[in-house]
Design a protein around this ligand. Structure first.
Ligand code: ZN
Ligand code: ZN
Length: 410
């Protein structure tokens, strides 16, 4: 076995055992592009080794997706077939774990009519609303991992000779998921403990608001009563832990839907639906996005926030130190799974139910009453930098430093 094959095998192990943590008798659904076939076969083998009852793979292909956007009949985008959401929802109802393997070309849908993309996202998002509840309330185990594709590597390393780019991206990914450590599983355990310590401090503080100050940013985010800070590992309905994002460097909670005021400026490009949005500013009044301006991708950004009412509000507040391994690698991934873990970020759209005390067992209506946002979408965007200060505002209005110059103040 070559060194690469050994690492790939360990990576599949990590995805199955730490990522979705497949249990004996449990089904595993894998969403993956056809370019990931070799890796997905390893995953299937590891999952069966762990006792999986069944491994169901949903293959996709970016070129076919692009052809569909270019040529398919209009009704394909405005109407999601019932089987589409039915299958994954049924798997979720039966307690399956869901692993998504991504290898996206950040420009896969460049030039495609953004109205068509937005319509597609909206109908799929609505069709998947029941499934999304399983995810947003941690009922089932789910995880996302990434592998390189040539197009993605070309975008990340344009200055490296073409034939070396994919290997360079593999090395970068292996580093971010700690596969270059002696014992990756132990390294993950230690890392997750560190994140939990930060969440514990914030949970004890119970700040009323966070105040963000950075060039182009002056933003206040109120946190709902009973908010909970969460980190990398989660626990599903059956008491099994899983890690939803690999890598993960964030500690996060839900904002009060109507409690966001001021202006925030993005600090990294956002690859969304096969298009790039960059250099953008959002202005909020009582939680609602009242104006947006982007140097690049204004159309895509406008379509995003007009998907539904909830897409005009925030659903996540996440803290990531500027001194994280991904951030220090200084690589711009054009992929949110990586870029969000190099930067403080926020998310437009739906909030995680588990970010509220007792939230996992609340209905959607109850969550909304408590101030959590809901939407057909959830899109993280990056706002952190070495120049960002964040203050926690206590109930009596005192401001305490949480982040100074981009890093934890405690
Ligand atoms: Zn996040
Ligand atoms: Zn998010």
């Amino acid at each position: 076995m070559s060194d690469f094959e050994a690492k790939l095998s360990k990576y599949a192990d990590l995805a199955v055992k730490i990522g979705v943590n497949v249990q004996p008798g449990q089904a595993l659904v894998v969403n993956a592009p056809i370019t990931a076939a070799e890796f997905v076969r390893l995953i299937a083998a590891k999952a069966y080794e762990a006792g999986a009852s069944q491994v169901k793979v949903n293959w996709s292909d970016e070129r076919i997706t692009r052809l569909q956007f270019e040529h398919a009949a209009p009704e394909i985008f405005s109407k999601a077939p019932t089987w589409y959401a039915g299958e994954i929802t049924e798997f979720a109802e039966n307690g399956a774990a869901v692993l998504s393997v991504i290898a996206e070309d950040p420009d896969a849908l460049k030039g495609i009519d953004p109205v068509r993309i937005a319509e597609y996202q909206k109908t799929r998002g609505a069709a998947l609303s029941k499934y999304r509840e399983f995810i947003m309330s941690d009922k089932i185990s789910w995880s996302i991992v990434a592998i390189p594709s040539q197009a993605w590597a070309d975008k990340v390393f344009p200055d490296v000779p073409a034939e070396e780019r994919v290997n360079k991206l593999w090395d970068a990914i292996f580093h971010t998921v700690r596969l270059d450590r002696e014992d990756p599983v132990a390294a993950w355990q230690e890392h997750l403990n560190t994140l939990e310590e930060k969440a514990t401090v914030l949970n004890a503080k119970k700040y009323k608001k966070l105040h963000y100050v950075a060039p182009g940013t002056d933003l206040t985010i109120e946190l709902p009563e009973g908010h909970l800070w969460a980190q990398g590992d989660s626990i599903n309905e059956n008491g099994h832990t899983f890690v939803a994002n690999m890598p993960t460097e964030e500690v996060f909670t839900a904002p009060l839907k109507t409690g966001v005021n001021g202006t925030v400026r993005s600090t990294k490009p956002l690859s969304h639906g096969g298009n790039i949005i960059d250099g953008f500013t959002l202005t909020f009044e009582n939680g609602k996005i009242v104006s947006v301006s982007a140097e690049k991708g204004q159309d895509t950004l406008e379509h995003l926030i007009n998907l539904d009412e909830g897409a005009k509000y925030l659903g996540e507040v996440a803290l990531v130190p500027h001194h994280s391994p991904i951030s220090e690698s200084n690589i711009l991934y054009y992929n949110t799974l990586f870029d969000e873990n190099a930067s403080n970020h926020l998310a437009i759209g739906t909030a995680y139910a588990f970010c509220l005390e007792g939230g996992k067992s609340m209905t959607q209506e109850q969550l909304e009453e408590r101030g959590l946002n809901s939407s057909v979408t959830h899109v993280d965007f990056m706002i952190g930098s070495a120049e960002m200060n964040i203050f926690g505002v206590t109930n009596d209005g005192t401001e305490e430093p949480v982040f100074l110059n981009g890093n934890w103040a405690f």
